[in-house]
Write a protein that binds this ligand. Structure first.
Ligand code: GDG
Length: 472
């Protein structure tokens, strides 16, 4: 088993299992933002990343991929169902996203969550050297910090939540609310996307666990202080911009516009097919603008990419059917030959294609009901080095805090969303460029490397007695 001074613990490994051309099984890097952010930190500290490789293979050994040291944690088919699809995605995900879908509570899912968290923690303990830093990620692993702390008080432990942390009134529904709070309190630093999430957490700890708190600090009876603070995540801005500037991507963007009939304006949505993302509401708003005669299908088209996600969870199947029906209905009623109102793609694409889509779109529409951050909005901004392109953005995405110059909307207000879409559609180039320039400044300055550095520095500050992680 490898050992290290830096251990990253995340639900997924940053690679997917694939069949190689010779028929054997191998790994392919999955192009997530997290691995881009952590790659330099992993390399300069010779870090180890622990995570589930996807699937149910049980006999996978630690391995290296392009210089990164990776340790697979296996899940059985039953655990995939109970820990991952159940407790993580059908209980915690909806509770943490304003109960947009109804959360389900099952005691056997919870048992599986505890068991899997324990497995991740044991693996981390085997690997972490004396005084090492362990950085745990996201809602699937909220018990890991306390499990680590109990057995290894020498560790410096950070936790980062990628999704919103809910208000006390919603969190209180969770039958296991206290265990989760106590799980997180094992960390020295608990990071959130937004200051509101950190404040929700501190308030809940005071109310439900009874610890003393002052501002962003929680004082534990054992003398430790835990800090809860916001670290808004970002993207590899330079990387995205460079990709969008590549000749092949520019050419592909032109090809995409041609393929959708060279409309005057192309609207674009790119999301995981998830009920938090507000895909249905935005397509409805757009189609009403066509039905009202405000937008003509000869002039505009909506391209919606919905990346398949969590397809075995019932709520996701229902959503897929609803959107299929809506798109069929809208195109049947409002489209003309060669001119559908909506191009709907239920598929995932390589990064180059994503960048070409961003370059091709005049109006990017990001309308989640609730979203920790929303990286798509930032990626769009990163790709618009031409200062072109309008962003319509939900107030309920974390990104709205930073991207103030977007056309901000309340996705629950269909009429409000219609007028924002129309404003963006009719905006003058000068106005669009002014807004985009301001947003680009923000995203260029606050990129994902800055995010990782500030979290790790924050972690060193709360537990100064251990060795410091090199941040690049
Ligand atoms: C969670 C939180 C928070 C999507 N389709 C394809 C593809 N993507 C990429 C996007 C983007 C990422 O996936 C999606 O990130 P989001 O932030 O939009 O949303 P979640 O997946 O819900 O992420 C969220 C995030 O964690 C980070 O903390 O912002 O609030 O919910 O990077 O580009 N990438 C490729 N093909 C696709 O088809 N290559």
């Amino acid at each position: 088993m490898p050992s290290s001074q830096l251990v990253i613990v995340a639900n997924r490994l940053p690679v997917d299992r694939v069949e190689l051309p010779d028929g054997s099984m191998g790994w392919r890097r999955s192009p997530g933002g997290l691995v881009t952010a952590l790659d330099p930190v992993m390399r300069s500290n010779d870090g180890v990343w622990i995570g589930w490789p996807g699937g149910t293979e049980t006999d996978l050994e630690p391995f290296q991929d392009d210089g990164l040291r990776l340790v697979p944690v296996p899940l059985s088919a039953e655990e995939v169902e109970e820990f991952y699809e159940g407790m993580s995605n059908a209980t915690l995900w909806p509770i943490y996203h304003d109960v947009i879908a109804k959360p389900e509570f099952h005691r056997e899912w919870w048992d599986s969550y505890v068991a899997v968290n324990r497995r991740f923690a044991s693996k981390a303990i085997e690997i972490a050297e004396e005084g090492a830093t362990v950085w745990v990620h996201d809602y699937q692993l909220q018990l890991v910090p306390a499990m680590l702390r109990e057995l290894r008080p020498d560790l410096r432990i950070g936790f980062y939540l990628h999704i919103p942390f809910p208000p006390a009134e919603l969190f209180a529904q969770l039958p296991w609310r206290r265990q989760i709070l106590e799980g997180l309190l094992g960390a020295d630093l608990v990071g959130f996307q937004m200051a509101g999430g950190a404040a929700n957490f501190v308030r809940l700890v005071r109310q439900r666990v009874g610890h003393k708190t002052h501002r962003d600090l929680i004082y534990l009876p054992d003398g430790r202080a835990v800090r809860a603070a916001a670290f808004p995540i970002s993207i590899d801005t330079d990387g995205f911009e460079a990709l969008a500037r590549e000749e092949s991507v520019v050419a592909r963007a032109a090809e995409i516009r041609e393929a959708v009939g060279n409309p005057r304006k192309m609207f674009l949505g790119i999301d995981r097919l998830d009920y938090t993302k507000g895909i249905f509401a935005r397509l409805r708003a757009f189609s009403e603008l066509i039905a009202d005669g405000e937008i003509d299908v000869e002039d505009a088209v909506f391209v919606q990419v919905a990346t398949p996600s969590r397809e075995r969870v019932e709520q996701y199947r229902i959503l897929r059917d609803e959107i299929d029906r809506l798109v069929g209905h809208v195109n049947g009623d409002l489209g003309r030959i060669g001119r559908p109102a909506i191009h709907y793609l239920h598929s995932s694409y390589p990064r180059e294609e994503m960048a070409a889509l961003y370059r091709a779109a005049d109006i990017m529409v990001v309308t989640p009901y609730r979203d920790g951050m929303n990286l798509v909005a930032k990626e769009y901004v990163a790709c618009r080095y031409d200062d072109g392109g309008a962003l319509v953005l939900s107030e309920f995405a974390g990104a709205a805090d930073e991207l103030r110059q977007a056309w901000l909307v309340n996705p629950y207000d269909i009429n409000g969303m219609k007028s924002a879409l129309l404003d963006a559609y009719r905006a003058e180039e000068k106005d669009i460029a002014r807004r985009m320039r301001a947003m680009r400044k923000t995203v260029l300055k606050h990129d994902v490397a800055a995010w990782a550095t500030s979290f790790l520095e924050g972690l060193s500050d709360v537990s100064p007695h251990q060795k410091t992680v090199r941040t690049g």
